[in-house]
Ligand binder design. Structure first.
Ligand code: 0O2
Length: 255
């Protein structure tokens, strides 16, 4: 994408930094010309991906009892997190650097009821011909050591503006309701300051235990759903057979 007119920034960092509240160094980002434009473009990319997912969900819901997607949450990374990540990774504070080095400024989280829906939704999204799959991290088949499970993709989609078409990157995280419940609680412990090592270790071990239980429960729920589906199919077949059997011979479609 061409969000121009930011190169002077690198040469005047010191002067600009002096103007910025030292407690909020991220405010420097807002001094970058076109920072707002870039953020608006990420917001637009989020809307595009959300719409694609909503359409897929509506379509799939017509062919089955329930929608594969329970909810979709999205967020644009805040300037403070953008700034912190660029600094942590040793990258320049420029618009080009944001686009090159950060894949998660635009984030969409998709919550599904069942594990197989995660893979169905992911496949259907990336098989659309305007979606480029940049990266996949399957933390469901390869959970993190702490027990984190989720399916992550970086996708690039074109977003059309008045004068140009911009390829924008969006991080899509897909997980079950149970995985999401776990991740929200685990996220809180990460940012909790001042806890003793002992407490952190205990909570971490407890969380790992819960993650394993949740994974097992997700698998069992899937197996139960499949059994129910099969029973429902069998019920329909049995009722058709009974109806057939009770018909006069000349009306039977088959014997
Ligand atoms: P936030 O506040 O949610 O945005 P990268 O983004 O590629 O530089 P990384 O860690 O290699 O960094 O990417 P990865 O593994 O795909 O993780 C990206 C995001 O997944 C994280 O974003 C979290 O949202 C989520 N995530 C990854 N690991 C964990 C975990 O162990 N626990 C929880 N609760 N969430 C996790 P951020 O930027 O870390 O946080």
């Amino acid at each position: 994408m061409n969000v121009d007119a930011q190169p002077q920034f690198n040469q005047v960092t010191k002067e600009l930094m002096e103007k910025v509240n030292p407690d909020h160094p991220e405010e420097i980002l807002k001094q970058l010309e076109n920072f707002d434009v870039l953020m608006m473009r990420y917001e637009s990319a989020i809307r595009e991906v959300r719409t694609k997912l909503e359409i897929l969900n509506d379509e799939l819901a017509l062919t089955r009892d329930s929608s594969p997607i329970s909810s979709i949450i999205s967020r644009r990374k805040k300037p403070a997190s953008i700034y912190e990540k660029l600094i942590r990774q040793g990258n320049e504070i420029t618009l080009a650097s944001i686009e090159e080095n950060l894949n998660d400024v635009a984030g969409v989280r998709v919550i599904c009821a069942f594990i197989d829906d995660i893979y169905k939704v992911a496949k259907m999204l990336v098989q659309q011909d305007d979606v480029v799959l940049v990266e996949v991290k399957d933390y469901i088949n390869n959970p993190k050591p702490n027990g984190y499970r989720s399916y992550h993709m970086i996708v690039e989609i074109p977003v059309f503006f008045s004068n140009e078409k911009c390829p924008m990157r969006v991080e899509v995280q897909i997980r079950t309701v149970a995985m999401d419940f776990w991740a929200s609680l685990e996220h809180r412990i990460k940012y909790k300051k001042g806890l003793s090592d002992e407490v952190v270790n205990q909570i971490t071990a407890d969380l790992k235990g819960c993650a394993d239980t949740i994974a097992e429960t997700d698998r069992r729920m899937l197996a139960i759903r499949d059994r129910i589906n099969n029973l429902e199919k069998q019920d329909i077949i049995d009722r058709m057979k009974t109806r057939q059997a009770n018909m006069p011979d000349h009306m039977k479609m088959y014997n």
